[in-house]
Write a protein that binds this ligand. Sequence first.
Ligand code: MRU
Length: 344
Amino acid sequence: MRTIEWHNGIVTTIDQTKLPQKEVILKIKNLSEMAEAIKNMRVRGAPLIGASAAYGLALTAFYSKVSNREAFIKELKASEKILKSTRPTAVNLFWAIDRILNKVKNSNKNLEETKQIVIQEAQSIADEDVQTNLAMGKHGAALIYDGDVILTHCNAGALATVDYGTALGVIRTAWKQGKKIKVIATETRPLLQGARLTTYELKRDGIPVKLITDNMAGFLIQKGMINKVIVGADRIVQDAIINKIGTFSLAVIANEYEVPFYVAAPKSTFDLSKKFREITIEERKHNEVTHFRSLPVAPPGVDVFNPAFDITPYKYISGIICEDGVFFKKDFDTFGKNPFSNKK
Ligand code: MRU
């Protein structure tokens, strides 16, 4: 199930705000439609946000009418500014945009060739994401045993990536290997990515999944009903991982009951020059908490706090799965240096 595709100046993707009731296909034809889709979470999940931003620049290139390279670079910079102001936390968005702009900067080509560089680099970012997830799936599946019951939070599946998924990619690979696993999905308030998207994906694949509300997870862990927790990440910094709100409390409880807590994320999610205090945690609109779609679930005018992500320090994490292999506790203190140098 490929979540995003480029066909000759049109980006096709599914509107995730409408799932699971309706499968609405979006045809995005310009930069502002792409920025709107990212901001309003029609596309979401760190790797998919990265690929979407890349395709946003590709749209700028495809429809550009300027007559020289300098003017085109100015257009790209304007698009960069718009895209980078959509969502602040997932680093993949910034990584993808910077990767394309650096490629352009380091090339010395004419206008038409420069436009092609942008479009081709966006395609490479999207295509590589699929291969990355397959590799991550293989490394992560080695940590999963026959009979495991795995708890996951939010949606780190095909819908959060270009295809296959990070945490769900690991689960998919273990399932394909014939391991008889079961998944517990937390609903993930306030936007219900777990209830709406994770169960939708796993049901399509025939992988057994049970849905719980967020506040049930601690009870299940305490009762010994969970063997492993696997989640994705929006940013991995020197001293913590940052992921969907609710991840931190799951990690603390899993740790208390010695349930392994794994994070699956591609290298494009690593931002190892930073520490968590330097990262902006996105705060979203109050109506996401006071309403579900247009249905009010709180009295009018109630005050609200709506942070979209939280911070989980390494002491609670058993391992981080990426496309190069798995980092365990002993590796985390290499994160200020070059952790990938001897992974392969
Ligand atoms: O706000 P969202 O839905 O974009 O948040 C998504 C998550 O937090 C995911 O867990 C994360 O991006 C990893 S997805 C492979």
